[in-house]
Design a protein around this ligand. Structure first.
Ligand code: NAD
Length: 477
């Protein structure tokens, strides 16, 4: 029978419990799933020492050998997909089918990065005879990484894959609300024969752990995914110690629907994507700017499909959208929707939570929102779609770019001219046309403006975890 796993810390290749624990809740019914051990100061010191020792061993290993271990761990996770997906649904709430896809996506990150690990070439720069300039890409050193709760398995995968493939050790503080995803990854690496100290897993009070780990001399890179507010705090700590950071922060993705596409097809695709992970995705399509000639048809089709989305326990076959992951999201959604309605927006689907246990919230559609509605500038991070008409592509691009965010942006159009203008002018790290997939393992993913900096995925992702050394070698002196 599939069960929620026992939870541990993992330090220096060994599992650890601790006296202090935090309960992990099931968002579908608010029951307690398990007790999460909290790392003490001495656990963190042990993790730092382990990461330093692990880094020496791992960075000295041939990249092909490292890749072999990563691929082995990934294939173990593929074999355990049902068990891992079940844990994700329990702790996060997402439908089982989406949890399975998340595990596969996490494995793709490992497999892509492992493949790239053997191709982190440097270069030789042409020079006069007798001297040679060589550029080397070297593992940057032990990484302190912080992953969020929205994708308990694939978010840690991105960071562990990048660090390990580049030859770095890592201390991961995964999200306390959804620890099992990271636990399963660590278990797979343990079983795949990863040397001790290369991968360490801790939990605790996030601010206490980050403020302790980041300044330590062993840590050479900080990698964080989460809100812009927390990203700024961690960047400040890192800056004080002159440490590079990789920041994947908030988004508020615009979707531009041009006048040359079928609005019904665009709306139907958009609803499914909005419902994915109950909208708790930093790239979730949220601000829809629809050409005025297609507006009525788009809104009608969107609302009709949104009303059919089946919300329920992620373990039930019929469920298309699970509960949101925690009570903070329910409160945030309530606040944003009430504010929008008070300011004159039309709430056309959803809007109120059912009276039952669990953090359920329906897929909610609001249209004709004034610019000062909070939801138009604050990331809802939940199942809330905002739809407004626009006069032209220029108008849409201006509105899309109007926020400090710049993570993912989307457009529906068949016009090469429109695609050209969008590609030139949209302020986002990832622009997707006629698809609502923001990134895959082989493409670089990340933000501009306050959505962060640095990239995960693609060949760019691996280079975040490497430093550049120039070697000038005169043959005789
Ligand atoms: P939050 O800002 O408190 O936390 C976001 C994440 O950061 C959590 O995983 C948390 O454990 C971690 N965190 C918080 N403070 C930290 C610290 N001082 N040091 C290290 N880690 C820390 O908000 P929340 O209520 O958990 O999530 C809501 C907001 O977070 C959303 O509005 C969204 O913008 C953002 N978020 C973004 C992503 C993403 O994929 N970019 C994922 C999850 C949450």
């Amino acid at each position: 029978m599939t069960v929620y796993p026992e939870l541990y810390l993992y330090i220096a290749g060994a599992w650890r419990k601790s006296k202090e624990t935090l309960p992990v809740l099931n968002p579908a019914d608010e029951s307690v799933l398990g007790e999460l051990p909290i790392a003490s100061r001495s656990d963190l010191d042990d993790a730092l020492d382990a990461a330093a020792a692990g880094h020496k061993v791992w960075s000295a290993m041939a990249p092909a050998k490292r890749a072999e271990i990563i691929i082995r761990a990934s294939s173990i996770m593929r074999q355990r997909v049902e068990e891992i997906a079940y844990s994700l649904t329990l702790e996060h709430g997402k439908p089982l089918a989406q949890a399975r896809l998340e595990v596969q996506r996490g494995c793709e990150f490992f497999e892509w990065d492992a493949g790239e690990a053997v191709r982190t070439y440097g270069r030789v720069i042409p020079s006069e005879s007798g001297i040679r300039y060589m550029v080397l890409h070297q593992p940057i050193g032990p990484v302190a990484a912080f992953s969020p709760w929205n994708f308990p398995m694939s978010q840690p995968s991105r960071k562990i894959a990048g660090a390990l493939a580049a030859g770095c050790s890592i201390i991961l503080k995964a999200a306390e609300e959804t620890p099992a995803g990271a636990m399963h990854i660590v278990r797979a690496f343990h079983d795949a024969g990863l040397p001790p100290g290369v991968l360490n897993l801790v939990f605790g009070v996030p601010s206490e752990i980050s403020s302790y780990l980041i300044p330590q001399q062993q840590i050479r890179l900080v990698a964080f995914t989460g809100s812009t507010a927390v990203g700024k705090q961690l960047s400040e700590i890192a800056a004080r110690h002159v440490k590079p950071v990789l920041m994947e922060l908030g988004g508020h993705a615009p979707v531009i629907v041009c006048d040359d596409v079928d609005p019904v097809a665009a709306a139907q695709l958009s609803v499914l994507r909005k419902a994915r992970n109950a909208g708790q995705v930093c790239t979730s399509p949220t601000r829809f700017f629809v050409h005025k000639d297609r507006y009525q048809a788009f809104v009608k089709a969107f609302v009709e499909r949104a009303k059919t989305i089946v919300v329920g326990n992620g373990l039930a076959h019929s469920t298309e959208m699970g509960p949101v992951a925690n009570h903070r999201r329910v409160e945030a959604l309530d606040r944003l929707i009430t504010d929008a309605a008070d300011k004159g927006a039309r709430v056309l689907a959803g809007g109120t939570r059912p009276q039952c246990r669990g953090y359920y919230f329906p897929l909610t559609v609001a249209a004709d929102l004034p610019d000062d509605a909070l939801a138009m500038s604050e990331e809802p991070f939940g199942p809330l779609a905002l739809i407004n008409p626009v006069d032209s592509l220029d108008d849409a691009i201006e509105k899309a770019n109007s926020l400090p965010f710049g993570l993912a942006a989307y457009a529906f159009t068949h016009s090469a001219r429109n695609v050209h203008l969008l590609s030139e002018r949209i302020e986002a790290g990832n622009l997707s046309i006629n698809t609502l997939e923001a990134s895959v393992a082989e493409t670089p993913f990340g933000g501009v403006k306050e959505s962060g900096y640095g990239r995960e995925g693609g060949m760019e992702g691996l280079h975040q975890y490497m430093s550049i050394k120039n070697v000038s070698h005169r043959i005789a002196f």
